[in-house]
Design a protein. Structure first.
Length: 293
């Protein structure tokens, strides 16, 4: 798989960008908790600050001079934007009901959806190496989420779990749509989606929620918009174009591992032995996927 998926410098650069993306995104749950904002209000601010940041980068880099605009590309970008925005809303709704580690772990059922759909839509052959890597990462994620101990049907149908599964579904749809769009720059594609998000969310936003925020809260709100929306999604969409569904499905499992480590370092979470084994399985799966013979 490594020989097939990493044959050019562009593919290696894309893989590095995706790894950086997932490592940064692993901290989004911690940032979200520190903002003290409900899900709709937080996503609205993500869209606002993300749009400002991305438009600024688009203009400063001169990327706007090289854009190729097509009706089909614009339509797909906006549809992807709908999936992206509500993926965020469902993710933060899940965070309101579950811990950061479990939320991020459930959210990363999405790579399994991406792998299976990618093999059908993009006709990417599933190798034995890819399947082993995905299974290792998936089992590791289940261990990190604590789903091996005391997991029940009731837990599966809890509100937090449902929001998490919806977020995973919309995340997979965003990934698959974004992978197929290559004409528009990552800057333009992302700021159009975040700008659309402002209009989608405006009817649901309670502006009174912003009145009690402290300077500390606002720093995390701005950080979530600039770092986790502007920078992360630029890197995300830019790297998607040059990676196979197999590689994408494996690298995104970095996210739950980073989230759990931040839970430990910053919030005082103490992982069980099975959760630590889960982290090891995740990194094993990723290393196995890209290891060259």
């Amino acid at each position: 798989m490594a020989h097939q998926d990493f044959t050019t410098k562009k593919q290696w650069h894309a893989a590095v960008q995706m790894i950086i993306t997932m490592m940064i995104f692993g901290s989004v749950g911690y940032f979200a908790i520190q903002t003290n904002l409900p899900s709709f209000e937080l996503v609205f601010m993500r869209c606002l600050f993300g749009t400002i940041f991305l438009v600024g980068c688009w203009l400063v880099t001169g990327e706007y001079k090289r854009e190729t605009w097509t009706k089909k590309g614009l339509f797909l970008t906006l549809i992807c934007g709908v999936f992206l925005v509500f993926n965020w809303v469902f993710f933060f709704k899940a965070l309101e009901a579950m811990s950061m580690t479990i939320t991020v772990s459930v959210y990363h059922l999405a790579p399994v959806f991406v792998l299976l759909a990618g093999s059908i839509i993009f006709r990417e052959r599933l190798t034995v190496r890819a399947i082993i890597a995905i299974v290792a990462c998936f089992v590791g994620t289940m261990f990190v989420a604590g789903m091996t101990a005391g997991f029940s049907v009731q837990a599966l149908f809890s509100s937090g779990m449902i929001w998490g599964l919806l977020a995973a579904t919309f995340y997979a749809a965003t990934t698959l749509l974004g992978k197929g769009m290559k004409q528009m720059s990552a800057y333009a594609m992302t700021f159009l989606q975040t700008f659309l998000g402002l209009f989608l969310l405006l009817p649901f936003v309670d502006f009174d929620a912003f009145l009690g925020l402290t300077t500390y809260n606002w720093l995390y709100v701005i950080g979530t918009g600039v770092i986790h929306t502007g920078i992360v999604y630029y890197l995300f969409f830019n790297s998607l174009r040059n990676l196979s569904s197999r590689v994408i499905s494996i690298l995104v499992f970095l996210n739950p591992a980073v989230a759990m480590l931040l839970d430990v370092a910053l919030i005082g979470f103490r992982p069980t032995t099975m959760q630590l084994i889960g982290v090891v399985l995740i990194f094993f799966g990723m290393a196995f996927a890209v290891w060259r013979k």
